[in-house]
Design a protein around this ligand. Structure first.
Ligand SMILES: Cc1ncc(COP(=O)(O)O)c(C=O)c1O
Length: 378
């Protein structure tokens, strides 16, 4: 069954596709379930590719443990399903990915888990929200989707802990290359591996890590029981992406800084949003939270929705793909995709206008990217 490699070993890790494992006897199955012997039983509960990837990401995040999930949304849902019950309360930043808003509003609400929304850059407002009622989770994004507001993670940790809540951070826009929220005290950190960590738009996966070892078992168990586990091939693809994650993130980050500076002076562009720009509301905060770079995500605003349509049609080299983190630059339109289901009034209050384009800057040469952007803007 297992090939005999002799003295050699494969350089790249194998993929263990088996959905289930042969176990010699009942004592062995008891030992594996009991955790007194290593081993696997059923792939939804665990498999070697998930272990290897989760350990690598755990180390990248300097966490106590890590669990991989089939999507980024699974990595948000699993800890909440594990740790919350009817009557519990989440306080969430009001500037987050639209599907996360929907998860809290439309799904957790059904189970009697309520969410209060707060401007998480207003620390007084966060403190007030935490005093209003007992809170289990304070949820924020390190760099918010799409307008790149930066979370003051040390201050938010202090507030969450003062009121006996856990700080849960979505670190997707930053990746562990730019930010490791556990080092600021965050209790739970998640990543959509679909994005910059996978890096090739060929896999959907998520990851959640924790600082407290006691939370590992319940969250791993919820991941299996709610059917949120990741499959071996996807884990293998993300592990391959991890090998170049740092190189890609750094190159894309440098490109994003340059593209932001270039777009600012373009007459067709009304507004550029990137924390590398001095007019960004979190320009100073970003230096503290993201000292190695503020990320590859930026937004720019054109006149209106029709101007965006025309720009997209004229810029095939920057494909309109409602995702992010690809190794080449793509664009998206938060109003009609990632934040489609948010009420228009909330979107406009945040600055998500019909003319707003979100760029996920990639690793191609800057000159090539600028030429493609210029052609469309003209
Ligand atoms: C900030 C953020 N968090 C979480 C997710 C969800 O990740 P996934 O699409 O892998 O479920 C996304 C997806 O776009 C995202 O942008």
């Amino acid at each position: 069954m297992t090939p005999d490699f002799g003295p050699s070993t494969p350089l790249t890790p194998p993929i263990h596709l088996s959905a289930v494992y042969r176990i010699p006897d009942l004592d062995a199955v008891d030992a594996i379930y009991g955790g007194t012997a290593p081993g696997y039983i059923y792939a939804r509960d665990g498999h070697p590719n998930a272990t290897v990837l989760a350990d690598e990401l755990r180390d990248a995040h300097r966490a106590a443990w890590g669990v991989v999930t089939g999507t980024g949304m699974g990595a948000i849902a699993a800890p909440l399903l594990a740790l919350l019950a009817k009557g519990d309360r989440i306080v969430s930043s009001n500037r987050i990915y639209g599907k996360t808003t929907k998860l809290f509003r439309a799904e957790f609400d059904k189970f009697g888990i309520t969410t209060s929304w707060v401007d998480s850059n207003d620390l007084d407002a966060v403190a007030r929200a935490l005093t209003e009622a007992p809170t289990k989770i304070l949820f924020v994004e390190t760099i918010s989707n799409p307008l790149c507001r930066v979370a003051d993670l040390p201050a938010l940790t202090e507030l969450a802990h003062r009121y006996a809540a856990l700080l849960f951070v979505d670190n997707t826009f930053a990746s562990p290359v730019l930010c490791r929220p556990h080092e600021f005290g965050a209790d739970l950190v998640m990543e959509s591996l679909t994005k910059m960590i996978g890096g090739h738009s060929d896999v959907t996966m998520g990851f959640v890590s924790g600082a407290n070892p006691a939370l590992h078992a319940p969250i791993a168990s919820a991941t299996s029981t709610w059917g949120l586990a990741a499959n071996p091939f996807d884990c293998w693809l993300v592990q391959r992406g991890m090998a170049t994650m740092e190189l890609r993130m750094r190159t894309a980050n440098t490109n994003a800084d340059k593209i932001a500076a270039w777009l600012v002076s373009h007459p067709a562009v009304k507004r550029v949003v990137h924390p590398s720009r001095a007019d960004h509301p979190d320009y100073e905060l970003a230096k503290r939270i993201l000292p190695n770079g503020v990320g590859n995500m930026l937004c720019f605003e054109l006149a209106d929705r029709e101007a965006v349509n025309r720009w997209m049609r004229a810029t095939p080299a920057v494909p309109f793909c409602p995702s992010l983190g690809h190794h080449e630059t793509t664009c998206s339109h938060p109003d009609t995709t990632s934040h489609r289901f948010d009420p228009s009034s909330e979107k406009l209050a945040q600055g998500i206008t019909p003319g707003l384009v979100r760029l996920s800057v990639g690793c191609e040469p800057f000159e090539k990217l600028a030429a493609a952007m210029e052609a469309g803007l003209r």
